[in-house]
Design a binder for this molecule. Structure first.
Ligand code: NOJ
Length: 742
């Protein structure tokens, strides 16, 4: 007990200096941390590096019996994951504060990926909004709800670039592009972390999974990654660096090996880059058991060696592996690691506990009243509906089938996803519950008046071969004025450990769509899925296709908003939709090769059985209105290294509805000391235009925007000829040349 009092007096002695203001840059925290550390034994310090699971979602092997209460009392636990709710977190926090020698509070972490109770579209879908304000707001709301339920730390944002739609976790990220991925990463970090950690509703964010996890061989989760350092730095690192610029509090190392060394044990990639080059002062956590997994990878003989690798790599916290608890003392005694390394890790973690204000009030996030009031609050649901509508991408709309009229006499809602509430929220849906979901049938009922007869038929299951529901579905569809088929993947077909080798619409759903298409009626396919699907036949057969992703709690209302024209779709794909799985990886930012594809020329780079281009390219998405782009205007044709070029276009809404357009700007370096991609996204702007309205959109291009890793791996621009492209997607672009001169 006397130690707790001593600790409190130490903390209070420093507290007056920090009654307000930005905790993240409060220098007094170092003093407080040092004071606490001066009271700690080696065992207590090592305990701070141990993160163990509570009773929530378990996503890997649990390494010991789950009597975590005893472990907390013994001072062996610094943080916990999967302990949710004010009551549960308060109960556990009380043990740490009142029944350990020093009373150091725990950090509670959780996978708050796309909402806590109110669930937003899966992150890949949300990225399709290209609306950084909206994305930031979702993360903010997620933080407001999660902190009201006792959480201090989210294992998000997941910022792994991926160009492989087979990989189940592509759904958790921002897609294929490092520029867009970096902007989205920053928006999410800002949203979760808010302004100051000492406010009640901000939480630590965690940039994960560092690094190159999204490049798993064959798209199979946890698989090996082997890539050039240039590719790593140009494509996979930028979002992690961008997260640092947004002051992300923590990083998580990934499960994968990278060029022969699991990242969790790689000093070269973790400590040398994040801590030494980037001067990161937060802490780095392993993924679940990823320290121990180094034994299975075959790079460590036993737990002792695994702990040695991870600690020397700069991993500060061991997630559900208990390797640090078991081995750090031995490693220290045998001189494999130093006391300073342990101290540094502890210091980083305690610092965050101070920044969060946990020493002043360990229960500040455990507030039943706030929890009751804020979870699923009306403004949160409203945002969920808006962001879901904004995330939807209109892939096809022949003969303006969409939007459907609200005066239809009847509409047939067909498909296994129409009423499948739990699928709408996807995986990683935290405390989201199916019972709060508005499905498509409910959404349509909410939208349409009594004069429209809404008929429903499931038709078939999401997977499986059974077609005995076809007859009913076809009959109902035949008698309706318009058909809307809601089809795609279940929640459990994307996310962790949910890779697929065939990314077509599963089961017999495609056959059902083909039969519906034969009826020759207005037919809309609404796709729900967590990854790009290969749908060339559906694209061929069906006049209107709307990509709705896994749209979250308000999904059905949002689908109805778009289908009936209350929201004019503005989403753009953050990832290419392959034509066939054999094209993977297929992404807009590729090299030209020495023999770029030429139609009917044999010895050029192409497939003999299909196109090189994806079915729908990156940045693609239609609207119910149309936009025209003027030619590109340049402020000058040449710039030197001190100058900035302004490039501009005029965009006009040439249709008869108001709408939003994402204006995209790409560049190409025509000749470099190493070959450069045919296009790289360097800017985008989302604009709103009334019918007939025009807007001028300008972008600045500075030599920094033209920089890349040169032949000597220097990050700089090289003088020469460039092209700038501006347009509505990565393929449909105006272009103009300019020069960078020395
Ligand atoms: C393993 C996942 O890879 C990671 O993203 C997640 O944060 C942890 N499990 C904790 O659930």
């Amino acid at each position: 007990m006397k130690f707790i009092n001593l600790l409190l007096s130490v903390v209070l002695a420093f507290s007056f200096v920090n009654s307000q203001g930005q905790n993240r840059i409060d220098d007094n925290i170092s003093g407080k941390v040092d004071s606490v550390m001066s009271l700690m034994t080696l065992e207590e310090k090592i305990g701070q590096l141990n993160l163990i699971t509570g009773e929530g979602e378990v996503t890997g092997p649990v390494t010991m019996d789950r009597n975590y209460v005893q472990q907390i009392k013994e001072g062996n636990v610094g943080s916990m994951l999967n302990v949710n709710g004010s009551e549960y977190t308060r109960r556990i926090q009380k043990i740490a504060v009142e029944q350990t020698r020093l009373g150091i509070p725990l950090i509670f972490g959780y996978d708050v990926i796309h909402g806590y109770k109110t669930i937003f579209p899966v992150p890949l879908g949300e990225t399709a909004t290209w609306d950084l304000g909206t994305i930031e707001r979702s993360a903010r709301i997620a933080a407001v709800e999660a902190t009201a339920a006792g959480q201090h730390w989210t294992f998000a944002p997941m910022i792994d670039i991926s160009r492989d739609a087979r990989w189940g976790r592509i759904m958790e990220g921002a897609g294929e592009d490092p520029y867009l991925g970096s902007k989205v990463a920053q928006a999410r970090v800002r949203g979760f972390q808010g302004r100051y950690f000492n406010e009640k509703h901000t939480m630590l964010a965690c940039a994960k999974h560092y690094v190159a996890y999204g490049a798993a061989r064959g798209g199979r989760d946890y698989n090996t990654v082997d890539m050039s350092i240039r590719r790593l730095k140009e494509t996979f690192m930028p979002p992690f660096r961008a997260a640092l610029d947004a002051e992300v509090a923590t990083y998580m190392t990934s499960f994968n090996e990278l060029n022969g060394v699991p990242v969790t044990g790689s000093k070269r990639f973790v400590k040398d880059i994040i801590k030494d080059q980037w001067n990161f002062n937060g802490f780095i956590v392993s993924d679940w058991g990823s320290i121990a997994e180094m034994i299975v990878h075959g790079i460590a003989k036993d737990e002792y060696e695994a702990g040695n690798l991870a600690m020397n790599a700069g991993v500060d916290m061991d997630m559900e592996g208990r390797i640090y608890i078991r081995e750090l003392k031995n490693l220290l005694e045998e001189g494999k690691i130093s006391e300073e390394q342990i101290n540094d890790a502890v210091r980083r973690i305690l610092r965050k506990k101070f920044e969060l204000g946990l020493f002043e009030d360990p229960y500040k996030y455990c507030d039943e009243e706030r929890e009751e009031k804020l979870l699923l609050a009306e403004p949160h649901r409203k945002h969920a509906r808006n962001v879901a509508s904004e995330s939807m991408v209109l892939l096809k709309n022949e003969n303006e089938v969409l939007p459907l009229s609200k005066n239809l006499s009847s509409v047939a809602l067909i498909g296994p996803l129409v009423k499948a509430d739990k699928e709408y929220i996807g995986t990683w849906s935290a405390h989201g519950e199916a019972k709060h979901v508005i499905n498509s049938l409910e959404g349509f009922k909410n939208k349409l008046g009594e004069n429209t007869d809404i008929v429903y038929s499931k038709g078939c299951d999401i997977t499986g071969e059974k077609k005995d529901g076809f007859a009913d579905a076809l009959e109902k569809a035949r008698n309706a004025e318009a058909i809307v088929a809601v089809v795609g993947e279940s929640a459990m077909m994307s996310g962790e450990a949910l890779s697929r080798m065939d990314i077509d619409i599963p089961g017999v759903q495609k056959e059902l769509i083909m039969e519906l298409a034969e009826l020759d009626k207005p037919l809309v396919v609404v796709l729900m899925n967590g990854r790009p699907l290969t749908i060339p036949e559906v694209d061929e057969a069906v006049p209107a296709i709307l990509e709705a992703w896994l749209p979250g709690t308000e999904g059905g209302n949002a689908i109805a908003d778009v289908v009936f024209g209350d929201y004019n779709p503005s989403g753009k794909l953050p990832v290419s939709f392959p034509y066939a799985v054999g094209q993977i990886p297929v992404n807009y930012e590729h090299k030209n090769t020495g023999r770029p594809r030429q139609e009917d020329v044999r010895y050029t780079s192409k497939y003999i059985d299909g196109p090189n281009q994806p079915l729908y390219p990156f940045g693609y998405g239609l609207s119910y209105t149309t936009f025209s782009y003027s030619d590109i205007r340049l402020s000058q044709e040449k710039i030197d290294f001190d100058e900035t070029l302004q490039v501009g276009v005029t965009v006009e809404n040439t249709g008869d509805r108001a709408g939003e357009e994402v204006v995209q700007m790409y560049i190409r370096d025509m000749v470099g000391s190493v070959t450069r991609p045919v296009k790289e996204l360097k800017g985008f702007r989302k604009i709103f235009l009334q019918p007939g309205e025009e807007k001028e959109v300008t972008f600045d291009i500075s030599p920094d925007d033209l920089a890349f890793y040169t032949k000597d791996m220097q990050y700089e621009a090289e003088p020469g000829n460039f092209k700038v492209f501006i347009g509505t997607n990565s393929q449909d672009l105006k272009e103009k040349g300019f020069k960078l001169v020395k």
